[in-house]
Design a protein around this ligand. Structure first.
Ligand code: 13P
Ligand code: ZN
Length: 285
């Protein structure tokens, strides 16, 4: 059996956590990542018949959520209360590899959380989001949550209407509409670590790969760690530009005609219902 610490998926996960920390997205224990692994890739490194311990499925408290649709699926997940700053230096204590039990109510620990820890308190939101994303994109493997400073700041001063919020982000740099033509979903402030915020996030995840948690942070989804990281990175960059502009009068901006040129060049289909001009709104599905 190969050494799990040398598994490419684990090393990439650790590097992602370090980059997120470095960018200031994950202060203290802020943020969490769950990465759906392929059974075959894990089997090279771990005995899948060896369950280290069984942990009840829960957020901050026990949850009524039934994770049975994900039964047998294996995830690499950050631990609750753990610091992203420490993940790369000490993966065995800060992250874990878990399998959803057949009963949908328990989680089988296959590796990690060695100091007796457990998965993130946002586990219900992550698992519900995985189910939602997989229903629209069978390739989705990553759900990532963090507290990027500028997106967070933006939720204090920008209307929380998701069409307007998405449009503002699209205006903040040329690449935005290409990277997230689906826009961003926006939730009002809600209590974290609960089934309620999990269900609300998952509902948005059917339409959006990015969901803003107002006054808290962001959820991103993607086919792999890089794609998901890049999505959040692009939104955060746009929010940074928005905040740098502040209340200074805008003299130039990306117009919807400019955006349409990008859409045609890259062959993407954006949320035309988030556009303002009628000639574009009527292109909405
Ligand atoms: P965890 O430490 O439980 O992952 O929680 C961090 C967080 O960001 C909660 O929203
Ligand atoms: Zn958080």
């Amino acid at each position: 059996m190969k050494n799990i610490l040398e598994a490419p998926f684990l090393q990439e996960f650790c590097r992602t956590a370090s980059n997120m920390y470095r960018l200031g997205w994950d202060e203290r224990n802020g943020g969490n990542i769950s990465y759906l692994l392929k059974k075959e890739e894990v089997a090279e490194f771990l005995d899948l018949n060896h369950v280290v311990r069984v942990i009840p499925f829960a957020g901050v408290h026990n949850t009524s959520f039934d994770a049975a649709p994900l039964a047998g699926k294996i995830f690499l997940v950050t631990g609750t209360g753990k610091y992203f700053k420490n993940v790369e230096r000490d993966p065995a204590n800060n992250i874990g590899i878990v399998r959803i039990a057949d009963n949908g109510k328990e989680v089988e620990l296959l590796w990690g959380y060695e100091d007796g820890g457990r998965f993130t308190s946002e586990f219900p939101a992550h698992m519900m989001s995985h189910i939602a994303r997989l229903s629209v994109d069978p390739e989705n493997r990553v759900i990532l949550h963090c507290h990027p400073t500028n997106l967070l700041a933006m939720t204090y001063v920008h209307e929380l209407d998701e069409a307007k919020f998405s449009h503002t982000l699209w205006e903040m740099s040329t690449e935005c509409i290409v990277v997230f033509p689906d826009g961003v979903g926006v939730l009002p402030w809600m209590l974290c670590g609960t089934d309620t915020i999990g269900m609300a996030t998952a509902e948005k995840m059917k339409e959006f790969r990015t969901v803003i948690w107002s006054l808290h942070g962001v959820y991103g989804a993607g086919k792999n760690l890089d794609e998901c990281f890049g999505l959040v990175e692009t939104c955060e960059k746009a929010a940074t530009i928005y905040n740098i502009i502040g209340s200074r009068p805008i003299k130039n901006t990306l117009t919807e005609d400019n955006m349409k040129e990008l859409i045609d060049l890259f062959g993407i289909s954006p949320r035309y219902d988030f556009f303002v001009e009628e000639k574009y709104r009527k292109l909405a599905k």
